[in-house]
Design a protein around this ligand. Structure first.
Ligand SMILES: Cc1cc2nc3c(=O)[nH]c(=O)nc-3n(C[C@H](O)[C@H](O)[C@H](O)COP(=O)(O)OP(=O)(O)OC[C@H]3O[C@@H](n4cnc5c(N)ncnc54)[C@H](O)[C@@H]3O)c2cc1C
Length: 404
């Protein structure tokens, strides 16, 4: 099967529509919510209702966080541009508008992607329309997610959760939190399962919100679970502890969400490049993509270098999403896309600040904000270093015990 690197014809209108939404609905309120940290962007309610309406009518199907569910229809051998492709395209366009606001969109949480990735059909239906955040990180556990200490103990037809989760994106505003907890610490990572804990469940408490460098429109919460009873049917996937499968089940979510985070970096970088190109052109800098960079002005040469860095990330993002749509294992490619796009997002946005001089550093424009917002995309859903580690393991054929 071959990948076509042009936008699929059927997804062109989607890209154009979402670009308009990003330009007319997100950009105008971008600075407002950068300043008003922790204030809920009420303007998003209308946007979320529109997205729900599109999804219901079938038009925007799969174009968001829930678009990562792998197709269960029999494979007919044809090339597919499905939900994963429409998700990376729509999320990148939204992030061209604003990354923080995109992360704050109701019902588009990373927990929704987790549910879409690993829930069974009954759970998928039951949690349809629920806004879900994702809680893995703990005070002593970040990159080493196999080490989580939050426990889940079966008691009758409930699991009892105890532990603390930090840095939960949308943890305060979402309707439910997908919590990673261990059924038995002795059995290692195979015993880690995810649980949908609905807001208002006794024993679950939002303790505080973080103040951050960027994505200030998105709330980031610390949540504690004290003897928190969760219905057994809210355990996502299988309750069996399959030591042979190890962490693979839980990690499968990341194969679908990492291309999405890559697409956020792609969108944010595109915003900075588009704006900087206009500024350079206004300043009389001519950028000629067909001539060698060393024959052009330093600013034009730098800009062309940034565009090629962007293009590399864009293509890796497309590849990872395309492989997911076409049922190919994509762990390595998802991590490659996330590593390249995360680093590119930071490099490109900060270089655009540099190229734009005082305009770049001023709060009068959004370039400085994009440079702050993009950094998180190289950190959450696995840092730059962790993505490189995963790629190295896959390329060298080594296990996580063999290459740490
Ligand atoms: C704004 C924000 C939102 C977040 N949202 C969520 C969320 O919704 N849900 C959630 O669960 N978490 C979330 N996180 C947490 C995020 O996923 C973690 O911060 C991230 O995984 C890194 O973990 P850590 O901070 O504990 O750093 P550490 O794991 O302590 O890492 C510190 C540094 O060491 C490096 N490092 C670690 N191990 C290795 C290694 N083996 N080899 C080489 N280098 C290594 C890391 O790359 C990093 O640079 C969020 C974080 C932030 C800042």
């Amino acid at each position: 099967m071959a990948i076509n690197l042009e936008d699929p014809k059927k997804l062109k209108p989607l890209r154009e529509q979402i670009h308009q939404v990003a330009m007319n609905m997100l950009r105008p309120i971008s600075r407002k919510y950068d300043k008003a940290e922790h204030e809920y962007p009420t303007e998003l309610d209308m946007l979320a209702a529109m997205a729900d309406g599109l999804a219901e009518s079938g038009q925007g199907e799969g174009a968001g966080a829930t678009g990562v569910r792998r197709d269960s229809k029999p494979d007919d051998g044809t090339v597919k541009n499905g939900a994963n492709m429409s998700s990376v395209i729509s999320v990148s366009e939204m992030c061209w508008g604003d990354v923080g606001l995109t992360l704050a969109m109701p019902r588009q949480g990373l927990g929704n992607s987790a549910i879409a990735s690993v829930a069974n059909d009954e759970q998928h239906e039951r949690f349809d329309g629920v806004w879900a955040s994702m809680a893995i990180t703990e005070p002593g556990t970040g990159s080493d997610s196999a080490n989580i200490k939050t426990t889940a103990t079966l008691d009758g037809d409930h699991y009892v959760l105890n532990g603390e989760k930090i840095f939960v994106t949308s943890g305060d505003r979402s309707d439910a939190v997908v919590v990673w907890a261990t059924l038995d610490k002795e059995l290692g990572k195979a015993a880690i399962k995810s649980f949908v804990v609905e807001k208002g469940t006794p024993g679950m408490k939002v303790e505080r919100l973080e103040h951050k460098l960027g994505i200030k429109a998105s709330d980031t919460a610390t949540i504690t679970f004290t003897d928190c009873r969760v219905p057994a049917e809210n355990l996502l996937g299988s309750p069996e502890i399959n030591v042979k499968e190890g962490f693979a089940g839980a990690m499968a979510t990341f194969d679908n969400t990492r291309p999405l985070v890559a697409s956020m970096a792609v969108g944010c970088a595109r915003a900075a490049l588009d704006y900087t190109r206009d500024l350079l052109q206004q300043a009389g800098v001519e950028i000629d993509y067909d001539r060698p960079a060393h024959l052009q002005s330093a600013a034009a040469a730098k800009f062309i270098q940034l565009e090629s860095d962007y293009e590399g990330a864009y293509l890796l993002m497309l590849q990872a999403a395309w492989m997911a749509d076409n049922r190919q294992p994509n762990s390595k490619e998802a991590s490659m896309a996330k590593a390249k796009a995360g680093r590119m997002g930071s490099d490109v946005t900060l270089s655009c600040v540099e190229l734009a001089g005082t305009i770049g550093y001023s709060e009068g424009e959004l370039l400085e904000k994009w440079a702050r917002d993009s950094k998180i995309l190289d950190i959450f859903e696995g840092t730059q270093q962790i993505q490189q580690l995963i790629v190295a393991r896959r390329v060298l054929g080594l296990t996580s015990a063999e290459l740490k």
